[in-house]
Design a protein around this ligand. Structure first.
Ligand code: NAP
Length: 319
């Protein structure tokens, strides 16, 4: 069975086609014939060995990354929840470990991590939604903002940031987002109420518009301490790379709460994933695919991702 993985950690070139044993769905699980797997920034940390080093121990090779899959259910285990049947076109979040990553043409997953694809959406586009859509939902849920509150979003042109903007608008928030000049129209089209230049001047620009600061901030560009100043005293920030405000005593002292979010917490949140499906069908959430590459060209996909500036997700095809 074909997969894309590494047998030695390294740069993009370490990724290559590998052969892995067939797998079968156990109780509460389904098996997918994967047709599309999105390429996310976190995949580069898996490929390089960063996460394996953090976990310690001897890594299981081949090591297969990938957190998003879309395909067709081809096996349903006993005690699966009854929602899914062989032949269903589905999308799923994958919590990778060792050889269990989304870059493989066959994967077994908890049924709870799998939902039907949105009507009218192709599998590559569907594969771009689960992981980042769920992370955006999780960040918004953790912040517990109220309708009418103001939310700032950095990295708004990216996958996570873009979904935060769209979901926040559905939640009734006022959204102020960052963008480069080239991305301004895109970010506006996602629904941001106010679009301000990204980068160093962002905090000052937010404060000019909202002198007391914003109620919440989702930091998709991972600017950490640099952007906490945009948030009002007692406001809340969600971070996506584990940052807890450890070097920002002054902001913590004025009551700013910094909450790291990890999508693992929503890895089996079927209701949230299915709600994202509905929101795509309702036109509230839009899917953006930059390019679809054959699985054998995964190295090229990682090179392009790491070069920066990709808008929309790169997707590997296993068809
Ligand atoms: N904790 C979790 O569970 C979780 C889940 C999902 C994602 N994440 C993390 O969330 C982050 C965003 O993911 P993503 O998929 O949305 O990435 P993405 O699509 O690459 O978006 C990131 C955006 O931030 C922009 N950016 C980078 N540096 C910036 C800076 N200094 N100032 C302003 N903007 C900047 C990027 O622009 P350029 O392309 O021009 O650089 C891009 O538009 C990643 O670090 C990812 O690993 C974490």
């Amino acid at each position: 069975m074909r997969a894309v993985g590494v047998t030695e950690f390294g740069g993009p070139e370490a990724l290559h086609l590998v052969d892995v044993p067939e797998v079968h769905a156990g109780p509460g699980e389904v098996r997918l014939a994967v047709q599309a797997a999105a390429v996310n920034p976190t995949d580069t940390g898996g490929r390089s060995g960063l996460y394996a080093r953090m976990a310690g121990g001897v890594p299981e090779m081949p090591w297969i990354v990938g957190m998003d899959a879309a395909g067709v259910v081809d096996e349903v285990g006993s005690d699966a929840d009854g929602r899914l049947a062989v032949g269903d076109r589905v999308m799923a979040i994958v919590l990778p470990s060792g050889s269990h990553g989304a870059y493989r043409e066959q994967i077994v997953l908890p049924a709870a991590s799998v939902v039907p694809v949105p009507a009218g959406v192709d599998l590559p586009a569907a594969s771009s939604l689960p992981m980042n859509g769920l992370t955006a939902r999780l960040a918004l849920d953790r912040m517990e903002l109220q309708r009418g509150d103001v939310l700032a979003v950095t990295g708004a042109a990216g996958a996570f940031g873009g979904y935060v903007v769209q979901l926040a608008k559905v939640d009734g928030l006022v959204v102020v987002a960052d963008a480069s000049e080239d991305d301004t129209e895109l970010v506006r089209s996602l629904g941001a109420d106010v679009v301000l230049p990204r980068g160093e001047g962002f905090v000052a620009a937010v404060r000019e518009r909202f002198p007391d600061g914003v109620d919440g901030l989702a930091d998709g560009s991972v600017q950490n301490a640099q952007v906490l100043g945009a948030v009002r005293d007692g406001g809340v920030v969600t971070t996506v790379r584990g940052y807890r405000g450890e070097d920002a005593d002054a902001d913590l002292a004025r009551g700013v709460r910094v909450l790291p979010v990890f999508v693992r917490d929503y890895g089996q949140n079927t209701e949230a994933l299915d709600r994202l499906r509905e929101q795509v069908e309702a036109g509230q959430v839009t899917l953006r695919v930059a390019d679809v590459l054959p699985a054998a060209e995964a190295a090229e996909a990682h090179r392009r991702l790491e070069a920066g500036g990709v808008r929309g997700r790169l997707v590997l095809s296993f068809v």
